[in-house]
Design a protein around this ligand. Structure first.
Ligand code: SIN
Ligand code: CO
Length: 384
């Protein structure tokens, strides 16, 4: 599915990370990629992250239940004031994964997942703000979206273990979203979506942005894993000092340098970040091929014109490094590419979710070694 009359450059300039935007049904032909029953089915599966939010009254009494849900639970819910939210539905349904494609003008490493919600009349998750950008695509039914002020970690929220709802929410703008409409909401902007039809589905194409604390903490963990215990502070030129209690500026300089010279290694950071950001959302999920395939077998399939498809649960990125080196990152691992054919393959793999390999790439042993690794670990599949 494609968007029509959507000016990407103008969107990035005027709205991305700046202000909300309602885009009235821009799809060439909008149709829901799944039914409410499919969503309920997913919420009953182990390993699928889901939440059921029910409200005792129209304005409060929020309860959150985490999946996997029992099938019988849906029969007990009634027809008002509840919503089911299922995370990463794109991992399981290619039709939902396709909803990300119009937004590929945002880099792969910024994309998180597509969450899908189903709500009954009056249902919603309550007024809140998110840390991330989101495109809220309306599916079946109608939802009233209200947009409020920008919030931050100092904004008051109601005491609740599972929900961070705003104590106070004053809407500045309000829209009724119809099937196919898209509401873009930047991080921090408070919003409240309430179903105003008996059945209401919303697809949230969500992004991610690492926090500074995550970056420092996780990179430091990675650096520490490589360090030796005898890599230590030394002071062979130690001089007598007036007060033994003083930590002298030259000691601070040397200590600080021990930390910052490691942190200043941009190439090491880039390699780490590529692996870190391409780690799957659910690293424990096993998508590996049941029977490992041989290079010859895969070569045969490719030679017959079969495209390779990226597993929507997999993550693909690359960085360019000096000396014509391209570092490819797939699902948390790095693959250095120096050979021109491997570089062409890596670029195609990161640019498209469906790859038709040219004859010369199929003939390359280096390219086929990568294809075989990715296929056997489940990052690439054939559309059989
Ligand atoms: C929803 O789909 O109900 C919630 C989406 C959101 O507000 O982030
Ligand atoms: Co939200």
């Amino acid at each position: 599915m494609q968007l029509t009359n959507f000016d990407t450059a103008a969107f990035l300039r005027d709205y991305w990370q700046k202000k909300p935007l309602l885009i009235k049904n821009p799809w060439t032909e909008w149709s829901d990629p799944l039914e409410p029953d499919d969503l309920a089915g997913l919420a009953c599966e182990e390993g699928v992250e889901s939440r059921l939010i029910t409200q005792a009254t129209a304005s409060g009494g929020w309860t959150v239940e985490h999946g996997a849900l029992a099938e019988e639970r849906f029969g007990q819910l009634g027809d008002k004031h509840w919503t089911l939210l299922v995370q990463a539905v794109d991992h399981y349904l290619p039709g939902v994964a396709a909803l990300i494609e119009p937004f590929r003008f945002i880099p792969n490493w910024r994309i998180d997942d597509v969450m899908v919600s189903y709500a009954t009349q009056g249902g919603g998750v309550g007024p809140h703000f998110d840390q991330y950008d989101v495109f809220l695509i309306q599916g079946i039914g109608q939802r009233r979206w209200q947009i409020g002020p920008v919030c931050d970690s100092a904004t008051a929220t109601l005491p609740h273990d599972d929900l961070r709802l705003l104590t106070e929410f004053k809407a500045c703008e309000e829209w009724i979203c119809e099937p196919g409409d898209i509401l873009y909401v930047p991080p921090g902007v408070s919003h409240n979506g309430v179903a105003v039809s008996d059945h209401c589905m919303t697809y949230s194409v969500g992004f991610r942005a690492p926090s500074r604390s995550e970056l420092i903490g996780d990179w430091a963990d990675d650096l520490i894993a490589e360090m030796e215990d005898d890599d230590r502070y030394t002071d062979p030129l130690l001089k007598e000092q007036d007060n033994p209690g003083e930590i002298r500026p030259d000691a601070i300089d040397a200590l600080h340098k021990m930390v910052t010279e490691k942190m200043a290694d941009r190439d090491a950071f880039a390699r780490w970040f590529g692996q870190y950001s391409s780690t799957p959302k659910y690293p424990d999920a096993d998508w590996g091929a049941e029977e490992p395939a041989s290079v010859d077998h895969l070569r045969e399939h490719l030679a017959s014109g079969q495209p390779l498809l990226r597993n929507p649960a997999s993550r693909f990125s690359f960085i360019r490094q000096p000396g014509d080196l391209l570092m490819l990152f797939v699902d948390g691992a790095s693959f250095p590419c120096t050979d021109q054919k491997c570089i062409a393959f890596a670029e195609a793999l990161c640019a498209q979710d469906r790859i038709y390999l040219a004859h010369e790439l199929i003939q390359s042993d280096e390219v086929m070694a990568l294809v075989t690794t990715f296929y056997n670990q489940g990052s690439l599949v054939f559309d059989l």
